[in-house]
Write a protein that binds this ligand. Structure first.
Ligand code: CP3
Length: 345
């Protein structure tokens, strides 16, 4: 499979392509299901989660599917009270604000917490193996980004609760990271056992940190997860550290097989910092999918051209998730264009 080969550093005839958030609100068939079911219902019913995972594959034929779930729903099993509010995104009604709150968080097994996601992975994998040559990706949130949501309670610009907790309650912060690392290693390994052929770790909020803060508060838990998963499985691990160009040299040391990069740095710059051994994924600005094809097409061409000049394994993707406002024909044409491209032409 092109996708798994690329993550392993092998350059096939063309780059494989998938889009982060390819399943979701940009698709009318997702919105139709969503009109009848709450977000958490879609995640908790394996048949529905499998259906949503497959929707973009049927429509566009990407080279990889990502299991439909969220980085936050597993935290319900730790005792977090999660709500997806219409319009304002995810919210925890009982944010973590004291050392006692951290002590109360439970670390249960993935089989107890997210059996439905593990079942959905098996269902999707059966269909993909039977009908498509498409790889299946499992995923989890990285501890720093999970801590951000747990402590803030929802998206927050300055993240003052989070940063105060990091500095004022160092011992509890460490306990929180340890609990999240412990669960996440188990969760990713369980996803692999259930059918995931690669896993991606999402660190969407590390851009809030200085290089020194990243090194101290975020990097150690990422390295621990990568090492823990590597010890028990042999699937490729992709790490996404959003907005991390200021400390990309540290991100490179995560141990991940592949790094997902955003549009704030160029592919060639990332390749130079990463060296040839680490595969790269990205990095089209997702806003382009909402622009005209006349604007988008040359940007796709430029990125493909740039990818010829690096020797790393390369996966075509966006720098962040598909926006709900994206034009469907843009997704379709981009997939077709990448599939028609050849590295050696
Ligand atoms: O297609 C896929 O990528 C797989 C499913 C997936 C979702 N969330 C579904 C979802 C994945 C991989 C995620 C990851 C995720 N979730 C991240 C990391 C990636 C990133 O975007 O930075 C984060 C930070 C979250 C937390 C989260 N979940 C937010 C901030 C939101 C609201 C904003 C938004 O984009 O809608 C969600 C909700 C969510 N997760 C939706 C979907 C399809 C929309 C739910 C709806 O239908 O209303």
């Amino acid at each position: 499979m092109l996708f798994l080969e690329a993550l392993g550093g092998v350059r096939g005839e063309r780059p494989p392509i998938w889009f982060m958030r390819q399943a979701g609100r940009s698709l009318p068939e997702y919105r139709a299901l969503r009109a009848e079911h709450e977000m958490l219902d879609l995640i908790r019913q394996p048949e529905l989660a499998a259906e949503v995972t497959l929707q973009p594959i049927r429509r566009f034929g990407m080279d990889a599917a990502i299991i439909f779930a969220d980085i936050l729903n597993p935290l319900i099993g730790m005792g977090m009270d999660l709500e997806f509010e219409k319009g304002s995104g995810p919210r925890f009604k009982n944010p973590v604000r004291t050392p006692l709150d951290v002590e109360h968080l439970e670390v249960l097994s993935p089989n107890e917490v997210v059996p439905y996601t593990l079942e959905a992975l098996g269902l999707v994998r059966q269909v993909l193996d039977r009908e498509y040559s498409t790889a299946l990706i499992g995923f989890a949130g990285a501890p720093f980004t999970l801590s951000y949501y747990m402590i803030e309670g929802g998206a927050s610009k300055n993240a003052l609760y989070l940063k105060s907790f990091m500095y004022d309650h160092g011992v509890s912060w460490q306990l929180l990271q340890d609990k999240l690392v412990q669960f996440t290693v188990e969760y990713l390994c369980a996803q692999v056992e259930a059918g995931a052929q690669a896993v991606q770790l999402f660190d969407s909020w590390v851009g809030l940190l200085s290089p020194a803060q990243y090194l101290k508060f975020a990097a150690p838990s990422v390295r621990a997860i990568v090492a823990g998963v590597r010890e028990r499985t042999n699937v490729p691990i992709i790490y996404l550290a959003m907005n991390s160009f200021a400390f990309f040299g540290e991100v490179v040391k995560s141990g991940a097989d592949a790094l997902s990069i955003d549009w704030r740095q160029s592919l060639s710059q990332a390749a130079q910092l990463a060296g040839p051994e680490i595969a790269l994924q990205g990095n089209l600005d997702p806003a382009l999918l909402a622009c005209s094809w006349e604007a988008l097409e040359p940007e796709v061409d430029n990125l493909l051209e740039e990818s010829k000049g690096i020797s790393n394994g390369y996966v075509f993707n966006l720098g962040h998730g598909v926006l709900p406002e994206s034009k469907l024909e843009n997704l379709e044409r981009t997939v077709a264009k990448v599939k028609a491209f050849r590295f050696d032409s």
